[in-house]
Design a protein around this ligand. Structure first.
Ligand code: GDP
Ligand code: MN
Length: 390
């Protein structure tokens, strides 16, 4: 789950990572009240889950109330590469002496968190990685020993951080690591991590996180009740949200053949077999073991809520799941939803004969039964092609 910048900064603040003071606003009036409160100059920042907001015109400095109004009006409702801005973060302006980059990611191949630090912050880090990989210092942290002070010093020296802020950058990395571990994140990225200007003679400089990109581990969310409400509902796919609310394991794909199976392995093979037959699956949906009638109705509703779906394949292997239960579920679903697209059903395993008999008796319009997975895949691809041709 990706957080918006301001949510990431609020998480940072809870762990004492230095961040500028800010307020959220969803209207021009709220933005002005926030700006008055914070004082001028302040920064008006678009809150959307995408980088490069600055270049797109979504981040502006306001020196007074008139400028704050002008920027808030321009940025609210703005489209930044397909995302509409509904929220603004109003923040005290920072005087920037240097822009660094810092991140903690999970490096799966090393089975350890990886810290990265660069003095080439503020710009696209992928670009830095491609053009000047040596400019990014990297260090793995042993997950059992955790972050040690020498990690911070070693990275700061390797990256070439200014001498007067080495200690502060090290302390910031320690806190970012703490955020990563205790909030169960898979990514914590600060770009830019800034060195503030300090006094006129360059003394008293500090560091703060000027941007925040945080991804939290969805699978750990049950341990973080207050983080679960950070979900950006507007950024979520409505079909995936519907599936989640109904407790279904569902992944949206970009094809036109709806898929339902029981057991993740079987559903994955079904996707492969459909692709092999020349079709394009519209989703992954695992109805799980013991699929009862209401679970099937739920699943059919979720699959058909995608208007691109032209045909649906039901691939059930009865073990714990009984094929006659699935057949009853499908009959009930047809009764309630009356689908307009063809269904291909393959029932095999426990009570399959009974299941097929029930389906035959129900004589549902547009339902085809096939004995094997290959035949079922070929049939559904053929039906989808016919539907898109007509
Ligand atoms: P991004 O473009 O989506 O990554 O948004 P950032 O939050 O990283 O902001 C982009 C750039 O805006 C930063 O790299 C800064 O150069 C600039 N910026 C943001 N806040 C301030 C501020 O308070 N003062 C100044 N001078 N520049 C800022
Ligand atoms: Mn940034």
């Amino acid at each position: 789950m990706d957080l918006l910048e301001y949510q990431g900064k609020q998480l940072f603040a809870r762990h004492d990572v230095p961040v500028p003071e800010g307020r959220l606003a969803v209207s021009v009036e709220e933005a002005l009240a926030a700006a008055d409160d914070i004082g001028y100059p302040c920064v008006i920042k678009a809150q959307v889950q995408i980088g490069g907001r600055g270049k797109a015109g979504g981040i502006k400095i306001a020196r007074d109330r008139d400028e704050a109004r002008e920027h808030a009006e321009a940025i609210l409702g703005m489209d930044i590469r397909g995302l509409t801005v509904h929220e603004l973060w109003i923040e005290e302006a920072s005087e920037i002496a240097a822009e660094y980059y810092a991140s903690v990611v999970f490096d799966r191949s090393a089975k350890a968190p990886l810290l990265m630090l660069s003095t080439k912050g503020g710009m696209d880090i992928e670009e830095v990685a491609a053009e000047d990989p040596a400019a990014i210092a990297r260090l793995h942290v042993d997950p059992l020993l955790g972050f040690q002070d020498f990690h911070g010093r070693r990275l700061a020296f390797a990256a070439g951080v200014d001498g007067d802020v080495v200690r502060q950058v090290g302390a910031m990395l320690a806190k970012l690591y703490e955020v990563f571990v205790s909030e169960e994140a898979t990514l914590v990225e600060v770009n830019p991590l800034i060195v503030t200007a300090g006094a006129g003679d360059g003394t008293g400089r500090g560091v703060r996180a000027l941007d925040a990109k945080v991804t939290l581990d969805e699978n750990a969310m049950f341990r973080h009740a207050d983080n679960a409400q950070l979900r950006d509902i507007s950024a979520e796919d409505p079909q995936e949200r519907m599936a989640k609310e109904r407790g279904l394991t569902f992944v949206k794909l970009d094809g036109d053949i709806g898929i339902l199976g029981n057991g993740a392995g079987l559903v994955m093979s079904t996707l492969d077999v459909v692709a092999e037959a020349g079709g394009a699956p519209a989703n992954f949906l695992d109805a799980g073991g013991g699929s009862k009638a209401d679970a099937i109705t739920n699943a059919v509703e979720v699959i058909l809520s995608n208007p691109r779906v032209r045909a649906v394949l039901f691939n059930i292997f009865g073990g714990i799941t009984r094929c006659d239960e699935v057949a009853r579920g499908l009959i009930e679903a047809f009764d309630q939803i009356n689908p307009q697209v063809p269904f291909v059903v393959r029932l095999d395993g426990t009570n399959d004969q009974e299941g097929r008999r029930l389906l035959a008796e129900a004589n549902l319009p547009n339902v085809y039964t096939e004995a094997t997975m290959d035949d079922a895949a070929r049939k559904v691809v053929e039906l989808a092609a016919e539907a898109s041709a007509s």
